[in-house]
Write a protein that binds this ligand. Structure first.
Ligand code: HGY
Ligand code: MN
Ligand code: MN
Length: 461
């Protein structure tokens, strides 16, 4: 289905005719690999718990390395723990066309979030080389990012931020909930804390980045569409908050004398929710983590630690919501007679994807006879971090009942294969199978010239 969005129409008025038609993945091989990866990190609740920088994430990376080796591909792991897969005779002088997603999951997550895009990237690279696509303008490289979720070592987008040179000095102090630092996890995760800076790629080295991902929401399924062409990715602010009151006996302490940290926290949770509901200040607002101390039925809680997060596609709305939450925290402290320490612990900016890449993805979907629509992403993705280095594009496939970050996360296998077909067809087009007169050639030239300009800029030429 052509989008109503005029800008997308401009991006590819003359849909390129693919020199050799659309490409397709080897569905059996792809699904076998995807199901194999889903065996790593199975948890008792029936979900997948493969946390970033954990032993499970390393086992998953090794599983993918084995598959890549069997396909005759070369692999290496960078100092941040990211897996990079390229052809054995990769040309180091070509700008890179990168594609992939993250290997890790949330706690009790699903089998597709991240994993789908990484396995599809490996399969796409394999198909590109099997079909002998001419590689003359860009070098195709597949990537499996480490620790995108930040569920263990609490620094989301760890691997993609390392690649973008955005892991600041604080990053190495990122800790798990027990206080164990990232640097202690890295050696076993294939990384090297002493060489983290070497994981950074210079602007211009990557000509474009494509990420295939499940939608993680209900839109495509409700509209009966096959493919989402992502036009914008949501920004997010994560807060850490400590509510302190006075630990006391639940039976002997008069109600008027209490400083109940959990009552204060409960008021704050309701205030967070109101930001995205009654106040309409941002698109979503959530408290997903809470730790109550001492967490005993007959003791008034003395301390509550929680994390809150707010999201929106508009930076000014995010900033205003941050200010609103800060004043709400002060109000709760006053009325609940507790201390509230609220601080921002992570911010990721909203980004727009590249119009040219949206056009290439849309044309690939059309060439495969798939319906599609431009749409925003309510989830954050590594693509929004790599946007600091290169133009990015994202492809969505429908999620069953919109479920994600839960054991019930699932998609039809036909949809998963279709998304992988769109990825490999779009990559083939970018690698030079497009017809010369199409605006696809313009997109390729644009990407190459952006890469050169950024690289020259870096080299100071
Ligand atoms: O939280 C997110 O949006 C993503 O799954 N990291
Ligand atoms: Mn996720
Ligand atoms: Mn994800």
């Amino acid at each position: 289905m052509r989008p109503t969005d005029a800008s997308l129409e401009d991006a590819h008025t003359a849909a390129p005719t693919f020199a050799a038609g659309p490409l397709r993945v080897d569905a059996d091989r792809f699904l076998t690999a995807l199901r194999g990866l889903a065996q790593i990190g199975c948890d008792p609740q029936g979900g997948i718990t493969r946390l970033g920088l954990s032993a499970e994430e390393s086992r998953a990376r090794e599983f993918l390395e084995d598959l890549a080796a069997k396909a005759g591909l070369a692999t290496d792991v960078d100092p941040a723990g990211n897996l990079l897969i390229r052809r054995a005779d990769a040309d180091p002088c070509l700008p890179v066309l990168m594609f992939g997603s993250h290997i890790d999951t949330v706690r009790q997550g699903g089998w597709l979030d991240g994993a789908y895009g990484v396995v599809a990237a490996l399969e796409a690279l394999t198909v590109l080389l099997e079909t002998g696509v001419t590689i003359d303008g860009f070098e195709p490289v597949a990537v499996g990012f480490a620790n995108e979720e930040g569920a263990l070592v609490q620094h989301p987008f760890w691997g993609s931020r390392a690649m973008a040179g955005l892991l600041d000095a604080d990053a190495e102090k990122a800790v798990d909930r027990a206080g164990r630092p990232a640097r202690d996890y890295l050696p076993a995760a294939g990384g090297d804390p002493e060489r983290l800076a070497e994981a950074a790629w210079p602007a211009g080295r990557i000509a474009a980045f494509l990420e295939l991902h499940i939608e993680q929401g209900p839109v495509l399924e409700r509209l009966g569409l096959d493919i989402g062409v992502v036009d914008g990715i949501v920004g997010r602010t994560i807060f850490a908050c400590e509510v302190s009151g006075e630990q006391q006996h639940a039976g002997t302490t008069p109600m008027r004398d209490r400083r109940d940290a959990l009552v204060g926290a409960a008021h704050l949770v309701a205030k967070v929710e109101s930001l995205a509901t009654a106040l309409g200040a941002c698109s979503t607002a959530t408290v997903g983590f809470m730790d109550v101390s001492p967490n005993t039925v007959n003791t008034i809680p003395g301390v509550v630690r929680l994390n809150a997060e707010i999201r929106d596609t508009d930076t000014t709305r995010i900033q205003r919501s941050e200010r609103l939450l800060a004043s709400m925290a002060e109000h709760v402290a006053r009325v609940s007679h507790v201390d509230v320490d609220l601080r921002v612990c992570d911010r990721s900016a909203p980004v727009l994807t590249d119009p040219g890449l949206r056009g290439v993805i849309a044309d690939a979907a059309e060439s495969l006879g798939l319906s599609w629509q431009a749409m925003p992403s309510g989830a954050g993705h590594d693509a929004q971090v790599i946007a600091a280095l290169a133009p990015v594009g994202m492809i969505f496939v429908p999620s069953k009942d919109g479920i994600s970050h839960a054991p019930g996360e699932d998609s039809d296998v036909g949809a998963l294969v279709a998304g992988a077909d769109v990825l490999v067809t779009a990559l083939a087009a970018l690698l030079g199978r497009g017809s010369p007169e199409s605006d696809l050639e313009k997109t390729r030239e644009d990407l190459a010239s952006i890469a050169c300009r950024r690289l020259e800029g870096r080299l100071g030429a």
